[in-house]
Design a protein around this ligand. Structure first.
Ligand code: ARG
Length: 565
């Protein structure tokens, strides 16, 4: 694609011998208000070189610049030289590109031949899949899709919390109070109940904790009964999780949880000893990190059993060996910042230069109006309930506004679930937020349904048009509303690239929201299905371009784009 900024840079570079091209490019500004032009070059820097005022310099430079077909206007305003893009050229370029690339419009080949591992969701077995889990699940899955769209080979991993002493506790609890049928019927709440009971009882009877540790050791040693119970807890939990993942439309390439790495731990410990990274501290294996301003990290307990970080170290090595990643991303809440800092430092201490390719992508917390989400205190909002309610509410709205809609149930799911996901991905990920039923179920303003509706509206116009979109006269799209939309569409790929670099799907969410707003403005100001066939064709081509841009953008944040709503 033509890069107008580069062209402006070349034009300036020919007129200014005292400044290098790269320097000029760095100085070119992209003003928010495009009234004067899309690019502006300020002459302040040159003032000290030429020893003249910036306004005079701007005048002198413009005197040396000829007309250029890519810009309809190159003009001076005070100390600035402004470049206004030739609308017809940009329109032709963008619309032809969309027509050619369609579902691939906005994508690129930046990542060709590179592997990116993205770990997301990583929920804990036998615990509720609650509202807070939407964060890692959706931010991570969106990053997975974004990187994929940029040509990377992406590998999505769910690092299930399926190992550790809590499974010893669960086994003890089950043997004391478990009810097989009840668990089979409603696994997570039942397992949670006995787990909570275990903690209460253990306060009075600490020997329960010893028993739990013993059972975890049995599990690590592959004791038959321990493995059987653990396998069962894991599989009934997974059935529950799969239901939620299906509703969200989230995909994983691997469900390799913490347990997957347990067999690799002896090798890791061996290596850590060889490389003098681990130290014995009265039977406990630790890595000293004081020199790096961090607390020491415990790698093995006195009974030899492994910890969360131990499994994360083996997992990282396994991922490097198996996927030879260029980047290894972990989408995990900011409460684990220290854990990931320690972990990365240990990988470095082991001498692996790929430590720098390991990235922790943190995010803020989801609170409830009545306090933080807390499984133990019963302050839980199940994600599945939120999704179901959003779907129900959408159904009601459809029944009211468009009762004859085809595939009503399917659309209600796409829109209802989409509204929850959209909301999750609209905020800067690092921000904490408070979940509110009211806000989640309100479809007013900048929401998923708003954007999906703009897409459906575009589809409906295109369905009703009935003309071949050929031989388009792009110069007809020179009104403000059309061109604002085209200019925004042209930014799609750069927004996606930026979202990938910053690990920030909300950039895509905000971009498509703005796109939908510009489309609605265009749609209200410019009648489309008109008699003037040339104008009609040009406008339809723009509608088509919007349709693909918004649809592809929605897909990157894992939202469906129904054609009718
Ligand atoms: N299961 C963990 C939790 O719920 C999150 C796992 C994050 N991933 C990792 N590789 N440590 O806190």
């Amino acid at each position: 694609m033509i890069d107008f900024k580069n062209i402006a840079g070349e034009i300036l570079s020919n007129a200014i011998s005292e400044m290098k091209f790269d320097e000029i490019i760095k100085n070119i500004e992209v003003p928010k208000n495009t009234e004067m032009g899309e690019y502006a070059f300020p002459c302040f820097r040159l003032a000290s070189i030429y020893k003249k005022s910036p306004n005079v310099i701007a005048q002198e430079i413009i005197g040396k610049i000829n007309e250029n077909e890519n810009f309809e206007k190159i003009a001076v305003a005070g100390p600035y030289i402004n470049f206004k893009i030739n609308k017809a050229i940009l329109s032709k370029l963008i619309i032809e590109e969309v027509m050619e690339k369609k579902d691939k419009f906005g994508s690129s080949k930046t990542g060709e031949g590179k592997n990116v591992v993205v770990e997301y969701s990583s929920v804990n077995i036998a615990k509720p899949f609650h509202m807070g889990h939407i964060r890692s699940t959706m931010i991570g899955y969106s990053l997975y899709k974004i990187y994929n769209f940029l040509g990377y080979n992406t590998i999505g991993i769910n690092h299930l919390g399926d190992y550790g002493t809590q499974f010893g506790k669960l086994i003890v609890a089950y043997k004391l109070w478990g009810n097989k049928e009840a668990i089979e019927k409603d696994p997570i709440p039942e397992l949670l109940k006995i787990y909570v009971k275990f903690h209460k009882e253990a306060e009075e009877k600490p020997e329960l904790d010893d028993e739990a540790r013993a059972w975890f050791t049995k599990l690590e040693n592959k004791d038959e009964e321990a493995v059987e119970l653990w396998t069962w807890f894991r599989s009934v939990s997974l059935v529950e999780f799969e239901r939620v993942y299906n509703m969200l439309g989230v995909h994983f390439d691997y469900f390799t949880g913490e347990s997957f790495y347990s067999d690799m731990i002896p090798n890791l410990l061996e290596e850590m000893k060889e490389k003098n990274v681990i130290k014995d501290d009265e039977g406990i294996g630790i890595v000293e990190l004081e020199d790096y301003d961090m607390p020491n990290s415990v790698i093995t307990k006195s009974d030899g059993s492994s910890l969360y970080i131990t499994r994360d170290l083996t997992a990282a090595k396994y991922r490097k060996e198996t996927f030879n990643f260029d980047k290894n991303i972990y989408v995990v809440g900011s409460q684990q910042n220290l854990h990931f800092k320690q972990w990365k430092k240990i990988i470095e201490l082991l001498g692996y230069d790929w430590a720098s390719d390991c990235v922790h992508v943190p995010f803020g917390m989801v609170g409830l109006e009545e306090g933080s989400l807390s499984t133990r205190n019963g302050r839980v909002v199940f994600l599945e309930d939120v999704l179901k309610k959003a779907v129900e509410k959408t159904k009601e709205i459809i029944n009211e506004k468009n009762p004859d809609l085809e595939n009503k149930d399917k659309v209600a799911e796409q829109v209802g679930v989409g509204s929850v996901v959209f909301q999750e991905l609209s905020n800067n990920r690092i921000k904490d937020y408070t979940f509110s039923w009211e806000e989640t179920l309100s479809f007013e303003g900048e929401t998923g349904p708003y954007v999906q509706y703009a897409h459906a509206r575009a589809c409906s116009v295109l369905r009703n048009a009935n003309v071949e979109l050929e031989h388009i006269d792009y110069s007809l799209l020179d009104d403000k509303y059309s061109f604002d939309l085209i200019r925004e569409i042209s930014k799609f790929n750069s927004v996606v690239e930026k979202a990938a670099v910053k690990y920030e799907p909300s950039l895509v969410t905000r971009y498509i929201t703005h796109l939908a707003q510009l489309f609605n403005r265009f749609y209200h100001e410019n009648p489309i299905l008109i008699d003037d066939i040339e104008l009609k064709k040009a406008r339809l081509a723009l509608v088509m371009s919007f349709k693909y841009a918004v649809k592809n953008g929605l897909a990157l944040i894992a939202l469906e784009a129904p054609e009718k709503m």
